[in-house]
Design a protein around this ligand. Structure first.
Ligand SMILES: Cc1cc2nc3c(=O)[nH]c(=O)nc-3n(C[C@H](O)[C@H](O)[C@H](O)COP(=O)(O)OP(=O)(O)OC[C@H]3O[C@@H](n4cnc5c(N)ncnc54)[C@H](O)[C@@H]3O)c2cc1C
Length: 319
């Protein structure tokens, strides 16, 4: 495994792992039960003064700093005997060779897990998309006791603010929108209830921005190269399903390689992406239409089992 960065690797992220993501990690042998972070038992939506909340059907999600998650993944990889090369940028691939740190390393299989801007994807000729749209996320951390035990999504005018409690004294706040110029400080004004909580606090160092891509590729493997995680396509960040998909891709690819048939990976990749893709479409529809959003969130607030049903579907507990 080669990564251009060095641990602990941080990344702009909402830092919420849904219960299906925790289950997917567990299926890989990564038990995040002991990892530092805060469990959140469900989700709350806010639209103006209207709110609706529901608990997850199968145990809590986990709010966890990316640096802590990264350490847990490193520990697991080391225990599994993976050789980890940090600060090692991969600069090219050819056939069964990977170019890194001035060397050509022999590799029977090459797995591109190099994120949304994947170069491995380009080198392997897998950039062709059946769909692609971009939004922009900006993340800040605040040193404050979480005022909510749930993960909260506040819906605004063509943007959302989501809040994840990640420690007893820290929350992660993300603003996401289609406007690359809308920064968190400015966007916060749309959400007075949150602004009252954090507006006077100094954000912890390290505000970061990132592109949240909705991207579906025509193919996720070619020859001896396969893509996993964001490199292989992604759903909008508002779903909180990116990490779950990454773990599911890893398990699906390992199973396909074990059976000696990499083509099995393609169909499994499509299958696991279907539900998050559908939920992302629904959420982006709510983002685009204020009228629809008010109607849907109002209806769910009036009849909360609707929201509980949607959340159960979202996290794979209803199928
Ligand atoms: C604003 C925002 C909020 C989000 N919130 C959530 C959330 O709450 N919950 C959730 O589950 N998901 C969330 N996501 C999605 C989640 O962050 C991603 O799905 C996840 O990080 C994908 O992991 P990855 O390993 O595929 O890619 P990355 O995390 O991008 O990792 C790629 C790695 O590849 C390395 N790399 C890249 N190029 C090279 C190279 N040439 N050589 C060597 N190494 C290289 C990088 O250094 C990096 O370490 C969010 C995304 C955004 C943008």
């Amino acid at each position: 495994m080669a990564d251009a960065e060095r641990p602990p690797i941080d990344k702009p992220c909402g830092e919420g792992i849904m219960p299906d993501g925790l289950a997917a990690a567990r299926a890989l042998g990564i038990d995040l039960d002991a990892a530092p972070g805060l469990r959140f038992p469900g989700i709350r939506f806010w639209e103006g003064a209207t709110s609706v909340e529901a608990r997850f059907a199968r145990g809590p999600g986990l709010g966890i700093r990316r640096t802590a998650l990264h350490q847990a993944l490193i520990d697991h990889a080391e225990q599994a005997g993976v050789r980890l090369a940090w600060g090692t940028a991969v600069t090219g691939i050819d056939g069964e060779r990977v170019h890194a740190a001035g060397e050509r390393v022999a590799a029977h299989w090459i797995v591109g897990a190099d994120g949304g801007h994947s170069r491995v994807r380009r080198w392997a000729g897998l950039d062709a998309c059946t769909r692609q749209s971009l939004r922009y996320g900006f993340c800040r951390h605040y040193r404050t006791a979480p005022w909510t035990g749930l993960m909260e999504i506040h819906w605004g005018d063509r943007c959302q603010l989501y809040i994840t409690p990640v420690a007893e004294d820290e929350v992660c706040v993300v603003l996401i929108s289609s406007d690359p110029h809308l920064r968190l400080g400015e966007g916060l004004a749309q959400f007075p209830a949150v602004e009252r909580r954090v507006g006077n606090l100094a954000a912890l160092p390290g505000e970061r921005g990132a592109v949240s891509a909705s991207r579906r590729l025509r193919a996720v493997w070619r020859g001896n190269v396969a893509l996993v995680g964001d490199a292989s396509g992604s759903v909008d960040a508002i779903t909180g399903e990116g990490l779950c998909l990454l773990f599911q891709h890893a398990a699906a690819l390992a199973a396909a390689l074990e059976r000696g048939d990499i083509s099995l990976y393609e169909s499994e990749h499509r299958r696991v992406g279907r539900r998050p893709g559908l939920m992302a479409d629904l959420m982006l529809l709510l983002d685009r239409s204020e009228r629809l959003r008010r109607g849907v969130i109002g209806a769910m607030a009036w009849h909360p089992p609707l929201f509980a049903g949607m959340l159960a579907y979202h996290t794979g507990a209803a199928i």
